[in-house]
Design a protein around this ligand. Structure first.
Ligand code: HEC
Length: 274
């Protein structure tokens, strides 16, 4: 009986693991990148966020909105570390749709409290300009995109606190444009990408080495660009990551001290009972 249950359990695990394995052959797992923000003491690298933001502004913002991030967030603690004045200057470079006091639609310069607007008038215009697929909003993309690691990896990930599937995927995707294999028919408007599920992505390769100038001497390579923009997107998706990790650590310390105190209290209370 015991053996039967064991066999059944194993069969169940195998069944659970099969789809993940099947997918693995089709789409390779993105390589794991060493991020400064991974692990319990992870922090965003300010200079890297600033470089990522530069890439967003100069390249990605031509197609992707970031509607849940406000210009003032650029000056928030734990972020790219701009001053409030700098954030306002960035805002003023964008045109924001608004209404005047008579209710007529107008366009005005952005203010710090505004959100990163879409470069397109609406969803339909965004689709029409991109071969039928609208570029997704950047606000949560780094947390919304993940990939199946499959059994048993997802169990290990709980213990190793691996939470960077999103940025790993984005960094791989940006560098994943290659010529399609001979037996793969890329549909019209599609571009072959190793890491995109199904391989045919509507986004043309958005970046080339040397395209964005860095003032801090960082290499202007695809590898560096991909990591910088992926870090920036992770910040956009989770601006309070640093605070969350710090609090989590403090709670762990508290729980350890508290467990010690409870132990000694128990010893004292029960010391008279033999
Ligand atoms: C010319 C317009 C254009 C530009 C510029 C552009 N993108 Fe895109 N992007 C798209 C479109 C269209 C899609 C939707 C692709 C699809 O679903 O097939 C997309 C999708 C994405 C996705 C989601 C992929 C997925 O798994 O669904 C990511 C991530 C992304 N873009 C990152 C970037 C980054 C980073 C930049 C700047 C370096 C950038 N894009 C610049 C048009 C663009």
């Amino acid at each position: 009986m015991k053996r039967f249950i064991l066999a059944l359990t194993l069969a169940g695990f195998a069944a659970a693991a099969t789809p993940a394995l099947a997918q693995e052959h089709d789409t390779p797992h993105p390589p794991r990148v060493k991020w400064t923000f991974s692990g319990p003491f992870g922090k965003f690298d300010q200079a890297q966020l600033q470089r990522g933001f530069k890439i967003y502004r100069e390249v990605c913002a031509n197609c992707h909105s970031m509607s849940m991030v406000a210009f003032r967030n650029l000056a928030d603690a734990g972020g790219p570390g701009y001053s409030e004045a700098q954030a306002s200057v960035v805002a003023s470079e964008y045109k924001i749709k608004d209404l005047d006091e008579t209710g007529q639609p107008i366009e005005r310069a952005g203010r710090a409290a505004d959100y990163f607007p879409s470069p397109f008038a609406n969803e339909l215009a965004a689709k029409a300009a991109n071969g039928g697929t609208a570029p997704p909003d950047f606000s949560t993309l780094a947390k919304a995109r993940t990939y199946e690691r499959g059994f048993p990896w997802f169990v290990f990930d709980i213990f190793t606190q691996y939470q960077e599937q999103g940025p790993d995927y984005i960094a791989a995707l940006l560098q994943g444009y290659v010529d399609a294999p001979k037996d793969f028919q890329v549909p019209p408007g599609g571009h072959y990408n190793t890491y995109f599920p199904g391989h045919s992505i509507a986004m043309p390769p958005p970046l080339q080495a040397g395209q964005v100038t860095f003032d801090d001497g960082s290499p202007q390579t695809m590898d560096q660009y991909a990591k910088d923009i992926a870090s920036f997107m992770m910040w956009a998706a989770e601006p309070h990551l640093v605070a969350r990790k710090r609090l989590g650590f403090q709670v762990m310390i508290f729980l350890i001290v508290f467990a010690g105190l409870t132990y000694f209290t128990k010893k004292k209370v029960w010391s008279a009972v033999h």
